[in-house]
Design a protein around this ligand. Structure first.
Ligand SMILES: [Zn+2]
Length: 269
C-alpha cells in the first residue's frame, strides 16, 4: 500500500468511526419493546418544538363546544397518560416524565377523520374521528396509540433520519445547536406542518406496529377493554376498501395489523 492510499484508507476509517460514534452516542432504547433507535435531538428540544407547533395549530382551529365529548377525550387522555407514567417509572425512566406536558383538545371538524400527537404529549382529536371510534374504549385505542408514538420518540427518530439524510453523519450536533432554523425546518417537514396544518406524514410500518403494541399495554393498564382494538381495526379494514379517511392513509389497516394486535393482547393476559 502506498502512502496516498494509506492516507485515503485512514481518512475513510476516521469518517466511518466518526459516524459510528455519532450513532453510538445517540442510541436509545424504546420503552416496552426494547428496540434500539437512533435519536439525535434532545427530548427537551423536541418537546418545545412540539409545543409551539401545537399552539399554532390550536390557534387556527375551532375547538369543540360539545362539553360531553371534550370531557370524554380528556378523561381518556388522562387515564392513558397516568398509565404511561407508571409504565415509564416501572422501567426506571421517571427522568423522562418531565418532558411530557400532556394536553388533549377536540377540534370541531366533522369532515376531518383524524387524530395526532406532537412530541411532548400534545394531542388533537377531530370530531370526525368520533364517528369511527364510537365507544370510549375505541377512543382509548387511538389515544393509547398516539401516546405510544410520543413515549417511543418516533418523531425524534424520524427527524434524526431526516437530518442525517440532509446533512450527512458529520457535525450533526453542531447543526442542531447552531442552526435551530434548519432543525425547525426538518421538524416541520417530518410533521407535515409546511402545507397542510396538523396533518402528520405517515410513520413507518415499524413505528405503527410498535405504537399499537405499546398502546395496548397502556389501554390494558388503564382498565380499558383491549378487545376494542380488534373491533376498531377490523372495522377500519372493512372501511379502507372504499374511500379511506386521513387517519387510515397514515394508519393503514390490514388483516396483518389485526393479527399482530391479537397476538399482543394474548401476551398481556
Ligand atoms: Zn400511528
Amino acid at each position: 500500500m502506498n502512502i496516498r492510499s494509506y492516507r485515503y484508507v485512514k481518512t475513510k476509517s476516521f469518517i466511518i468511526m466518526g459516524i459510528f460514534a455519532v450513532f453510538l452516542s445517540h442510541c436509545a432504547t424504546v420503552p416496552g419493546t426494547g428496540r434500539k433507535q437512533f435519536k439525535l435531538i434532545p427530548n427537551s428540544q423536541m418537546s418545545s418544538m412540539g409545543e409551539s407547533s401545537y399552539k399554532e395549530v390550536m390557534a387556527k382551529s375551532k375547538l369543540s363546544a360539545d362539553q360531553t365529548k371534550v370531557a370524554m377525550i380528556r378523561r381518556v387522555g388522562e387515564n392513558i397518560a397516568k398509565a404511561a407514567e407508571v409504565f415509564l417509572t416501572a422501567q426506571g425512566r421517571e427522568s423522562e416524565l418531565k418532558y411530557y406536558k400532556w394536553e388533549y383538545n377536540l377540534i370541531d371538524d366533522d369532515k376531518t377523520i383524524n387524530a395526532w400527537a406532537m412530541p411532548g404529549g400534545k394531542i388533537a382529536f377531530y370530531t370526525g374521528i368520533l364517528k369511527l371510534a364510537d365507544t370510549e374504549d375505541q377512543v382509548a385505542v387511538i389515544m393509547g396509540h398516539e401516546v405510544a408514538h410520543v413515549l417511543a420518540n418516533h418523531g425524534n427518530e424520524r427527524m434524526s433520519q431526516g437530518l442525517l439524510v440532509q446533512f450527512g453523519g458529520l457535525a450533526l450536533s453542531k447543526i442542531i445547536q447552531n442552526k435551530p432554523e434548519a432543525t425547525q425546518q426538518v421538524f416541520m417537514t417530518a410533521f407535515g406542518l409546511g402545507s397542510t396544518v396538523g396533518l402528520l406524514l405517515p410513520f413507518s410500518r415499524k413505528h405503527e406496529y410498535e405504537a399499537d403494541q405499546i398502546g395496548l399495554i397502556l389501554m390494558h393498564r388503564s382498565g380499558y377493554k383491549t378487545q376494542a382494538a380488534v373491533d376498531f381495526w377490523v372495522k377500519m379494514t372493512k372501511l379502507s376498501k372504499n374511500s379511506p379517511p386521513e387517519f387510515l392513509s397514515t394508519h393503514p389497516p390490514s388483516e396483518k395489523r389485526v393479527e399482530e394486535i391479537k397476538k399482543h393482547i394474548a401476551e398481556l393476559k
